[in-house]
Write a protein that binds this ligand. Structure first.
Ligand SMILES: [Zn+2]
Ligand SMILES: [Zn+2]
Length: 408
């Protein structure tokens, strides 16, 4: 539980942000056809089915009501403020969400914890779908917007962009890329060709990007038709196999699930690459089984696919965080950046919403982290003086409380 003084501090900083000229109203296409939703800092109630005529109306609402989180629909409606069945769905952007919560990382066991609200069982790392002890589905977690997790999310985003550009033929100008303000990235396709796609069509796109069905149906006979062509997934499998095998060690093969013939694969690496990658055909190499080829491709598929949250992409009524607004779990902004600048995009610099200030907080537990050029932590049960951005992050993540003193 966050203390009253910490809550007041967050309210004041969020209010200051929305009333200052560092807040730029977002640019949202077909704004008055969108449903808008909020969580307000005052009562933590979700308010949705709102429509605003202009961005100016929206920003004055922010100033008067101070939301912790702001969302807008990916869809366009005739009546955005009506109840769901009466909204008059016109279409929806094609939206992708990549969240570190769904990506397994070596560091998540260090900074992420989860616990079951039913039986109290707890663990470290990625939150499971259900409690391994009681099977309950009510699980709470404590995660961290970690630099290395966000780097992995960025890699997944780059793979997604590659699918959208090379396999689906969208140009960079049709894609909008955002840092979510917490642990991931969003990619929006705004284009009349995708607007009216139904859930099923969106599911097919999501399946393609996650590689569902690429290796057949997972039966004993699963295989890829041969020879591999130079298009789509075939091309990705070939290039991926080439990249993987060229660098592979015995340990890598073990991780790839290759149980036998590891030495043979390594000694015949060149021959495999020539036969499979250049000819696209598994002709059979003495000492290697067909199953080995399938297992190698299955592994390469898992490397080459992009780990998008498919639920978000297939939901044609989805609300998604509004760009330029603050994320209630971090105090960072959701920010847009040009697709072509993804490599140099630094979320811990460009999403920072607060400048200066020094406040004293009592930190229960925080890993080493960076904001802009400054490093902080790790902290454990200690009182420290921090910049506003760092203090807001720790309080929002429920890892620190404001310390009341004469200057506050
Ligand atoms: Zn449980
Ligand atoms: Zn991490």
């Amino acid at each position: 539980m966050v203390s009253v003084s910490s809550k007041d501090f967050i309210y004041k900083t969020f209010h200051d942000f929305y009333t200052s000229d560092t807040f730029f109203p977002p640019s949202i296409s077909r704004f008055n056809e969108r449903e808008i939703g909020f969580f307000l800092l005052k009562n933590r109630i979700m308010i949705r089915h709102k429509r605003f005529q202009t961005i100016e109306d929206l920003t004055s609402f922010f100033k008067n009501n101070v939301p912790s989180d702001v969302y807008r629909s990916c869809a366009y409606y005739e009546y955005p403020a009506a109840e769901m069945a009466k909204k008059g769905w016109i279409g929806s952007d094609l939206v992708f969400d990549i969240d570190a919560d769904h990506i397994s990382n070596s560091c998540d066991k260090i900074h992420d914890k989860w616990f079951c609200l039913i039986c109290g069982f707890q663990g470290k790392g990625v939150t499971p779908k259900e409690c391994p002890l009681c099977g309950g589905k009510k699980l709470n977690n404590k995660t961290w917007p970690c630099e290395s997790c966000l780097d992995s999310a960025k890699e997944e985003t780059k793979k997604l962009i590659s699918f959208l550009e090379l396999d689906f033929g969208f140009s960079k100008t049709e894609l909008r890329t955002f840092f979510s303000g917490h642990r991931g990235y969003h990619v929006h396709v705004e284009n009349s060709a995708v607007e009216t796609l139904d859930t099923l069509a969106r599911k097919e796109i999501a399946d393609y990007i996650t590689g569902v069905g690429v290796m057949g149906k997972g039966t004993k006979k699963d295989h890829r038709d041969l020879p591999l062509s130079n298009f789509g997934w075939d091309k990705r499998l070939k290039e991926g196999l080439c990249a993987f095998l060229s660098e592979a060690t015995k340990k890598d093969l073990e991780i790839a699930g290759i149980t036998t013939n590891r030495d043979a694969i390594l000694t015949k690496k060149e021959l495999i690459l020539e036969r499979c990658v250049i000819k696209g055909k598994w002709d059979g190499i003495f000492g290697l089984k067909d199953g080995t080829w399938s297992q190698l491709l299955r592994h390469v598929k898992s490397i080459e696919s992009s780990q998008i949250d498919t639920v978000v992409t297939t939901d044609v009524h989805r609300l998604i965080r509004m760009n330029n607004t603050l994320h209630g779990k971090t105090g960072f902004k959701k920010v847009e950046f040009p697709v072509k600048l993804i490599d140099s995009f630094d979320p811990f610099k460009e999403a920072v919403a607060f400048n200066g200030g020094n406040v004293r907080v009592c930190v229960s537990d925080a890993p080493l982290f960076r904001i802009g050029e400054n490093m902080f932590g790790p902290y454990k049960n200690q009182e420290v003086e921090l910049s506003i951005a760092a203090a807001v992050l720790l309080i929002c993540k429920e890892r620190a409380e404001l310390v009341k003193n004469k200057n506050v």
